[in-house]
Design a protein around this ligand. Structure first.
Ligand SMILES: [Mg+2]
Length: 228
């Protein structure tokens, strides 16, 4: 039998495209609580956690001195409430079929899977339930668990023990993501990574941090066979 691995799936840009819906709603929540106009672009959010995105946005507003845990929690609660009503009805988000093909191949080969994402857990649930994907994963590491992605692989390893009663070496864990931060989080922990390049202009940046595999399509047969 081949060695059993743990595959850690990122959500935004990897499993699904949230469009600009979720970052628009997070910006609105920050604006509503601070009274200042906030806009969040792709580069403000991709690869970061909901908590760090919010913290950075508040710092830019010069709200630095006032970033209390209370303010952060109030903004994130407002964001979750608006996602519950608006994300589910939006027809902008979609699933990336190539990632589902990879997920199916991983499951079929008998490997374990989990989520590893910068989204808060309730936000992850809203995003994945929309597409019937939430129940595909037994557990996950979310923004509630860590503020930075780099500490997430080790937490995933601990949780795999708690939830699955299975122990994985870091080198037998494979992070599936779409950003340079995902590749870095894997490298810093001695994990493998499969990074999909969804935006051609990001290729050079992703290449510069040396992911194990960099692909344009996650269903790429050569990569699927190499990693599984
Ligand atoms: Mg992502």
């Amino acid at each position: 039998m081949t060695l059993k691995k743990l595959f850690l799936f990122d959500i935004d840009g990897t499993l699904i495209s949230p469009g600009s819906v979720s970052r628009g709603l997070l910006a609105k929540a920050i604006s509503a609580e601070t009274g200042k106009t906030v806009e969040l672009g792709y580069n403000d959010v991709a690869g970061f956690t909901d908590r760090s995105i919010t913290r950075n946005a508040l710092a830019k507003l010069d709200h630095g001195g006032m970033v209390s845990e209370d303010l952060l929690a109030t903004i994130l609660d407002r964001y979750i409430a608006s996602m519950e009503s608006e994300f589910l009805t939006s027809d902008v988000p979609f699933v990336y079929g190539d990632c589902i093909t990879l997920l199916e191949a991983v499951e079929k080969a008998g490997h374990a899977t989990c989520l590893l994402t910068g989204n808060l857990k309730p936000i992850s649930k809203i995003k994945l339930e929309k597409f019937g994907l939430w129940d595909r994963f037994k557990f996950g590491i979310f923004a509630d668990d860590a503020e930075e992605k780099s500490s997430m692989p080790r937490l995933a390893r601990e949780k795999a023990w708690d939830v699955l009663a299975e122990s994985y070496r870091l080198e037998n864990m494979v992070l599936v993501g779409d950003t340079a931060q995902d590749a870095e989080a894997a490298n810093e922990n001695g994990c493998e990574s499969v990074i999909v390049c969804r935006k051609p202009e990001k290729r050079e940046l992703i290449e510069s941090v040396n992911p194990t595999f960099l692909v344009d399509d996650l269903s790429d047969q050569a990569v699927v066979s190499a990693v599984i």
